[in-house]
Ligand binder design. Structure first.
Ligand code: AMP
Ligand code: MN
Ligand code: MN
Ligand code: MN
Length: 276
């Protein structure tokens, strides 16, 4: 359903477009229902909502929360959250708080790998001082010619196990799901096909997520390969989870899929938007 795009990023986290520009682009590309889901941050939702109103599209309040689960980083998208909820805001603030120190450590490790000045370099790309992330480092490394694009920088320097990777303790899965639920939202496991999970771990994760009150998984994601759509549709069905769809768009020329550039959900999925 290209009319629904329930995962994207603005300059409030590591996206390249302001919430206003993002909404305008979505509307122009035929998106009817957009969720802005910045990393650990809801500060862009008001601007998005205002501009969605003007562009005559619907805007769903969203967020993408960073989670540590069994030595892995997972992302949980919250949809239809209430940005005014104090518990959610406090939780997100706490998650954001660790990013500064992490960035300093990333820069130290990159220095050891022979790359100097990456903290200042990354900061030049940061648009929200509380939200420095790997994407900002990636842009600096591309600028300096360490790799040809953001994708390759991650493979070489920033992915787990690479020289610039710093293990970090994010929210627990339980905290993330609870913050989303307590603020009236539905919790969606983001781009599940991206995690390194064997069959047993996948079942454990989906069961645990479901037991905690998780509502759905992203079946269609800009981070998924086409063959993962059907597989995750099956997993969702098996666990009685709803199916969501989102481009995970970060910016023109940087993301694999543009806003609304999404195939329909596979047959047999129950779309999360049935709930809205
Ligand atoms: P962080 O929350 O700082 O760990 O950064 C996570 C973000 O890094 C993701 O939301 C993407 O924007 C970006 N990212 C992670 N892995 C990759 C990858 N393999 N290729 C391109 N971007 C990536
Ligand atoms: Mn990102
Ligand atoms: Mn993500
Ligand atoms: Mn994302």
């Amino acid at each position: 359903m290209p009319e629904f795009d329930l995962h994207c990023h603005s300059t409030r986290s590591d996206g390249l477009l302001t919430p206003a520009a993002l909404v305008a682009r979505a509307a122009q590309r035929g998106v009817k229902v957009l969720a802005l889901t910045d990393h650990d941050e809801i500060g862009g939702l008001e601007e998005a909502r205002e501009h969605a109103h003007r562009a005559a599209i619907s805007c769903i309040n969203g967020v993408e929360i960073s989670v540590s689960w069994n030595d892995q980083t997972l992302h949980v998208v919250g949809l239809h959250i209430d940005p005014a909820n104090a518990e959610l805001s406090a939780g997100l603030k706490q998650v954001r708080g660790g990013r500064r120190h992490r960035a300093e450590r990333m820069a130290e490790q990159l220095e050891e790998a022979g790359i100097s000045g990456s903290l200042d370099g990354a900061r030049a790309y940061v648009t929200n001082p509380e939200l420095v992330g790997r994407a900002h480092f990636a842009r600096y490394l591309v600028e300096r010619g360490y790799a040809r694009d953001v994708q390759s920088v991650f493979k070489k320097y920033l992915a787990s196990g690479k020289p610039g990777y710093v293990p970090h303790r994010w929210a627990s899965l339980e905290q993330a799901v609870n913050w989303i639920k307590v603020s009236g939202g539905v919790a969606i496991l983001a781009h599940p096909g991206r995690y390194k999970l064997d069959g047993t771990q996948r079942v454990t994760l989906l069961q645990e997520f479901k037991d905690l009150g998780g509502a759905g998984v992203e079946v269609i994601s800009g981070s998924h390969m086409a063959d993962q759509f059907a597989a995750w549709a099956q997993h969702a069905k098996r666990f009685g989870l709803l199916a969501s769809a989102g481009s995970d768009f970060h910016g023109p020329g940087e993301s694999r899929r543009d806003l609304g550039d999404l195939p329909d959900l596979p047959a047999g999925c129950t779309p999360v938007w049935k709930q809205f």
